[in-house]
Design a protein around this ligand. Structure first.
Ligand code: F0G
Length: 482
């Protein structure tokens, strides 16, 4: 905690909010957890929340709202067209990002659909720091392909690089020269690069990328879904901005982009999204698709109540004491796991704590989804639901072979302001136990495999009775404890 020093011992993350509404949690017995995992086809997406103790699947749509957000939802202006709630939201986006035009969309991937349909065509190449699952799918669906222009360090599990999300500008310029700018509809930068462990991009890199894009007349599209964490990292890791406030950092980022889109399920702790720009031609092109896919231009598929919550949530994101909560809890969890020898992605990023399954269960071949198997094992041992981010999250190549992922991660997301430190300590304890017993974990194989985004709905089964063995070991070590 940079702002509060402790007198005795090491600092721990300190909540700058208090809890006033609570939700009861269930922690099932280990036998019940084994049963639930089996019914879910070893896929944590298919678990029922009533069987989950700590839901660390995602930070999407599950961040804690503030009292002011909930209060704002009560005064929403419910109308199909011309709602004053929409005007409030439009003005807040204009104020924070300095972009004149705002298009509402019901979530992040809906923005990606609109952007990809508007600008990507057969043969398009879209360079970016790293793809996100839905981003890539939309680009590919429209005939384009994604090229990641990142230094090799970005994919190194442990590194000292504070900005592993940075683009490699030499690679980017080479790519532009190779294909010509006309084949590149836009360059995309993802804040808080999700799939490589919530790793931030520096403001210096955003500015340099923008300059390069301008040189070649290519648009820069910025995915701000994970902006909150990235703002924190710019302030604490980028010397030039250590005294800058979050609002001015936000504005400076926005000034160096052509289009910004975001999932408000993450940014702004509500449920919704949107696209903003100062480019009138781009705006007109995208605008046509909003009524077709999202809804009328003054709600874009969102409920007015959520829009009110977004207005307040976006404003609250300008507070350092709000954006620091996620990253500081994550840094604590990563640090404690590291002390216990558990392989984690470093430096700690945003979004969640990322376990390195490639090392954690290195005896499991990638074709048997080590990260998926580890996520299943963690649920059985703890009732904690994490998410596989590895080969399972990739779709097969067109010839049917596996596209082995660069990284095999289990993400334990830290929804903002949701968990207490004792819950995080429980997670650390149980994950350490799983690590000590990792030799018991084996792989998974598909029983029912969807063609697109298979990780959402696919069902798998363990290659042996290892889940039963793990349960028996848990019983032996923990007795009657849940
Ligand atoms: N971009 C990034 C960087 C994301 O992390 C997500 C969603 C999206 C776009 C799509 O937004 O979910 O509102 O449609 N990430 C979620 C996650 C799903 O769990 O990481 P969405």
């Amino acid at each position: 905690m940079p702002q509060v020093k402790f007198f005795y011992g090491d600092s721990v993350p300190l909540e700058m909010h208090k809890v006033r509404v609570v939700q009861k949690l269930n922690l099932r017995t280990v036998e019940e957890r084994l049963q639930a995992m089996s019914e879910a086809g070893s896929n944590t997406f298919l678990l029922k929340n009533k069987d989950v103790f700590l839901d660390m699947l995602t930070d999407s749509g599950v961040n804690a709202m503030s009292d002011k957000q909930v209060a704002a939802m009560m005064e929403a202006d419910d109308s199909y067209a011309g709602s004053s709630t929409f005007t409030k939201l439009e003005e807040k986006v204009q104020e924070l990002f300095g972009k004149k035009y705002y298009l509402p969309a019901h979530q992040g991937r809906a923005c990606e659909n609109i952007i990809a349909r508007s600008f990507v065509s057969q043969g398009s190449i879209v360079p970016m720091n790293y793809h996100f699952t839905t981003t890539k799918s939309h680009i590919v669906l429209n005939g384009g392909s994604v090229v990641e222009v990142i230094p090799t360090e970005a994919l190194e599990v442990n590194s000292e690089n504070p900005f592993k999300g940075n683009l490699d500008l030499n690679q980017l310029e080479q790519l532009i020269n190779e294909h010509g700018p006309e084949q590149i509809p836009f360059v995309r930068i993802e804040a808080g690069t999700n799939l490589i462990g919530g790793q931030p991009v520096s403001l210096a890199n955003i500015k340099d990328t923008y300059k390069l894009c301008q040189k070649y007349g290519i648009m820069l599209v910025f995915d701000a879904s994970l902006l909150a964490d990235n703002l924190y990292f710019i302030k604490v890791r980028e010397a030039e901005y250590k005294d800058a406030d979050i609002r001015s950092i936000t504005k400076e980022i926005a000034d160096h982009t052509d289009i910004i889109y975001f999932s408000a399920r993450k940014l702004g702790c509500a449920r919704g999204g949107g696209i903003c720009t100062n480019d009138v031609d781009a705006y007109n092109k995208m605008r046509e698709l909003i009524p077709l896919f999202e809804g009328f231009l003054t709600y874009g598929g969102m409920s007015v109540r959520e829009m009110e919550a977004m207005v307040v949530g976006l404003e609250e994101t300008m507070d350092f004491n709000m954006v620091n909560q996620g990253p500081e809890f994550i840094a604590y969890m990563v640090g404690e796991l590291q002390k216990r020898g558990v392989p984690v992605i470093t430096p700690a990023g945003g979004l969640g704590c990322h376990l390195n399954a490639m090392e954690f269960v290195k005896h499991i071949p990638q074709e048997q989804y080590p990260a998926g198997a580890l996520a299943a094992a963690i649920y059985i041992a703890s009732g904690i639901r994490g998410m596989e981010r590895g080969t399972l999250s990739e779709d097969r190549k067109s010839d049917g072979s596996e596209k082995l992922a660069d990284m095999e991660l289990v993400r334990l997301a830290m929804p903002r302001r949701v968990f207490t430190l004792s819950q995080v300590n429980y997670a650390i304890d149980r994950i350490t136990w799983v690590y000590e017993n990792r030799h018991l974990i084996e792989g998974l194989t598909f029983e029912d495999e969807p063609k697109i985004l298979r990780f959402f709905l696919g069902k798998l089964k363990p290659v042996s009775d290892w889940q039963e063995q793990l349960t028996a070991k848990f019983k032996a070590d923990f007795g009657d404890s849940l």
